[in-house]
Ligand binder design. Sequence first.
Ligand code: PYR
Length: 233
Amino acid sequence: DGDAGGATVPVGDLELLAPVANPSKILCVGLNYLDHADESGVQAPAKPLLFAKFPNALRADGAVVEVPKDISGELDYEGELAVVIGRRASHVGRDEALDHVLGYVAANDLSARDAQFSDGQWLRGKSADGFCPVGPVVVPAEDVADPQALRIVTRLNDQVVQDGSTAEMIFSVAEIISYASHYMTLEPGDLILTGTPPGVGFARKPPLLVQNGDVVTVTVEGIGSVANRVLVV
Ligand code: PYR
C-alpha cells in the first residue's frame, strides 16, 4: 500500500517466504513413486492421491519440531519436492499448469505412522504441529530448468535414508496441479508436496523411525536443504 507512509520493508527474502507462511491449502500427494508404493505394500494409485495438512504443521528450516509423547510412537520422515503456487489455478490443463508455479522448496512430510494407519484416514498422522518443515527459501520457478529432474536426498542424522529423483514420480508436477485444479481452486501461496521416493523408515526391515533428538535433513538438488531436529516433549 503505497499510501501507508512509514516504514519500508525490504522485500528480497520476504517476498518469497511470505506466501508460504500462511497458505490457504497444503496439499500432499501420497504414494507418488512406484517403489515407495511397493515398499508400503500397496498398489500405485491410478490418479494422484491427494491428502492435506494444515498450516499448523509448517516449520522453517532449523526450527525444532516438538512432538507430543502421545503421537510419537512411530515417527517417520518423507523427503519431498514442494511447489508454491503463484497464480490462481482453476481447471488448468497440463500444458499450462507450470505457468501457475511461483517456485519450489524442499519439504519433509513428517508422519506418525501409528496415527496415520489406525484412523482410516491420514489427517491426524500427517498434520500434527510441526509435521511440515519447508525451506530454506522458495527458489523461483524460472531458475528451475526441469522440476522432473531433481535429486532428493533425505538424511536421518548422518545416514542417507532416501536417495531418489523427481524423474521417478508417477504423476508429474504439471499433472498434479492440473488434476487438483479441477476439484479445488489453487490460490497463490498454496503449497503442494509432491510425494516421497522410497526409503521411508516404517517400510524398512527393521524399521528405522525418528527418535527423540534426531535431525532430519531433506535436500532437493538445486533447491536447498531443510533440516529440523525432532524433540519428543
Ligand atoms: C505417503 O506416501 O505419503 C505415505 O504416507 C504412504
